[in-house]
Write a protein that binds this ligand. Structure first.
Ligand code: CS2
Ligand code: MG
Length: 402
């Protein structure tokens, strides 16, 4: 069997997505998500100009060898662009292999380790009241876990809060818009969000919160301690994690569970965090961390240190990534939780899928492969339009982490 075609499909049903389709000479094909929010065209070029030509004629069943060819064989290794391109190839090849075996991907990985996959949704609001109302709506829908983000008085636009009643989409302009941030205002205000959450929804609802890389370690330690009475499921990305060692300081001060990793693209980005048990959940997911082949290695390393998976699952990761992630979630023994920032109907129409949601849990479906496809004709109706993520400044104008 040989790879006959490797095609990149760019579409924008409400937001930009990049999809790789690999077709074999025996007609079986697989698809992979290659979306990197705000940098989509860089991955398109990495695939079209460099990796896809080298795929033609290869045996699609040699997943590991192809992964090594594009990873170890690339002199300039790692990085979000290259690893997203490799992830798309890897996901498409696992899709093909599962189709050839005529089984859902989770069976190929080792069978299911659970009956269903707990997910968390996103609830946000410009005010505390709006946020609590949104949480109530998600609890009504059956979610057992909700990520909460609310506006902070005195800060114009806060991360994770949708504008004008629309669903939250961070890539909101052709070129980066500038947001403003105040750590002081945030730290002084946000603990009451969780106090109100516990008052209104009791102790059983899992509460998650994304700090989105904005604190220093000692500030994160202060926040972690302040929210301990509200026993969050996790505090996410409280500090940028290039310096993995910095997380020791946070860990010394608080028992609030910590999650990190959606921006990681290699096992080396999280190796120390995991080995020194500085985190509780690893968020790296299939589309940005080199696909299933590398994610299995990360999950197995994490399992040695009581770290569980908590895959990133925002709308800027396509339904293909969600589908593949759910198969991984179904199998992986040290599963924690799966993010589910719901795609719109328009997006889901372009990506027919087998996964199903019921009362706060997902199942991946029994279709051979990862169960997600792309309707190329429909996709062609939604042309790409550049959209960049914002940048962030402190109130004095200092460029800060968005
Ligand atoms: C966020 C993401 O879902 C999350 O945890 O961190 O929405 C992130 O802001 C986007 O994926 C960036 O494109
Ligand atoms: Mg996040």
């Amino acid at each position: 069997m040989k790879i006959k075609e490797a095609k990149v499909i760019v579409c924008s049903p409400g937001r930009n997505f990049v999809t790789l389709k690999i077709v074999t000479n025996e007609g079986v094909y697989g698809v992979g998500d290659a979306t990197l929010n705000g940098r989509e065209k860089a991955v398109v070029s990495y695939l079209e100009d460099y990796l896809c030509p080298a795929l033609i004629g290869r045996d699609p069943q040699r997943i590991e060898d192809i992964w090594q060819f594009f990873y170890r064989g690339a002199y300039w290794r790692r990085g979000p662009v290259g690893m997203t391109a490799i992830a798309a190839i890897d996901t498409a090849l696992w899709d093909i292999k599962a189709k050839l075996a005529n089984m859902p991907l989770y069976q190929l990985l080792g069978g299911r380790s659970r009956d269903r996959i707990m997910v968390y949704s996103h609830a946000n609001g410009a005010t505390l009241e709006d946020t609590l109302e949104e949480v109530a709506r998600h609890v009504e829908m059956g979610y057992k876990a909700v990520r909460v983000q609310c506006g902070i008085p005195g800060i114009g636009s806060t991360y994770g809060v949708a504008k004008g009643g629309k669903t939250y989409e961070p890539a909101d302009a052709d070129l980066p818009t500038e947001a403003c941030w105040s750590t002081e205002k945030y730290l002084n205000y946000v603990p009451q969000l969780f106090e109100e959450m516990r008052k209104q929804f009791g102790d059983d609802l899992h509460i998650l919160h994304d700090v989105h890389h904005r604190l220093t370690p000692i500030e994160a330690a202060r926040l972690g301690k302040a929210v301990e009475p509200y026993h969050l499921f996790w505090l996410e990305d409280c500090v940028p994690a290039e310096n993995q060692e910095a997380w020791k300081l946070i860990r010394q001060h608080t028992t609030t569970p910590l999650a990190v990793g959606e921006v990681f693209n290699s096992i080396h980005d999280c190796r120390e965090l995991i080995q020194h048990q500085l985190i509780d959940y690893i968020r790296s997911t299939i589309v940005h961390a080199g696909g299933i082949t590398q994610l299995r290695r990360i999950a197995d390393l994490a399992a040695l240190y009581h770290v569980r998976t908590g895959f990133h699952g925002a709308t800027d990761l396509s339904p293909i990534c969600m589908g593949a992630a759910l198969h991984f979630d179904f199998w992986v023994p040290n599963f924690g939780i799966q993010e589910h920032m719901a795609h719109s109907e328009q997006m889901l129409e372009v990506f027919p899928h087998a996964f199903e949601f019921e009362k706060g849990y997902f199942t991946p479906g029994e279709t051979p492969g990862h169960g997600v496809d792309i309707d190329e004709k429909l996709a062609a109706k939604y042309p790409y339009k550049r959209a960049c993520l914002p940048v962030n400044r402190l109130e004095d104008g200092t460029l800060w982490n968005w």
